[in-house]
Design a protein around this ligand. Structure first.
Ligand code: MG
Length: 160
């Protein structure tokens, strides 16, 4: 049996007018969207960092610098797929992952399974291996006031 590795990732993006609201690869109709150099998919970024963390392979800021024009408006699901490809090349396979999104609006639950399917496809994993859920923060703090959206992810990798 290979060694198990746990990874954790966290990301935040600001909610602003005039941007698309792409979360877990789902383009959610909303009056505001997420600000960032890439498509600012906060969920894909948190999960990518969890996977890189478990592989002790740095973070997405290091792999895909936001100063690099190549990643302007980048599709974060494609970046997630590249992260998984990278950690596979280091000898790791994904066993399981789970994510939590903290936001007041938009509502996440109607899009949850589409997000799971998108993330699983990017990872080359079964949809059952990827959990997504959401919580509000009872209108407290910056998430509750709608200034931004935060996401956490954990994952389990197995070293071959
Ligand atoms: Mg990010």
């Amino acid at each position: 049996m290979g060694a198990w590795r746990i990874g954790h990732g966290y990301d935040v993006h600001r909610l602003v007018e005039g941007r698309r609201c792409i979360i877990g690869g789902v383009d959610i109709p909303h009056e505001k969207g997420l600000l960032g150099h890439s498509d600012a998919d906060v969920l894909a970024h948190a999960l990518a960092d969890a996977i890189l963390g478990a592989a002790r392979a740095g973070d997405i800021g290091k792999l895909f610098p936001d100063t690099d024009p190549a990643y302007e408006s980048a599709d974060s699901l494609a970046l997630l797929a590249r992260v998984m490809e990278h950690v596979r090349s280091l000898g790791f396979d994904l066993v399981d992952a789970d994510c939590t999104i903290a936001c007041e609006q938009p509502k996440i639950t109607p899009h949850r399974d589409a997000m799971r399917a998108n993330l699983a496809r990017a990872l080359g994993a079964d949809i059952d291996a990827v959990g997504v859920k959401a919580t509000t923060t009872e209108k407290l703090g910056w998430e509750g006031e709608g200034q931004g959206i935060g996401a956490w992810a954990v994952c389990l990798l197995e070293k071959r």
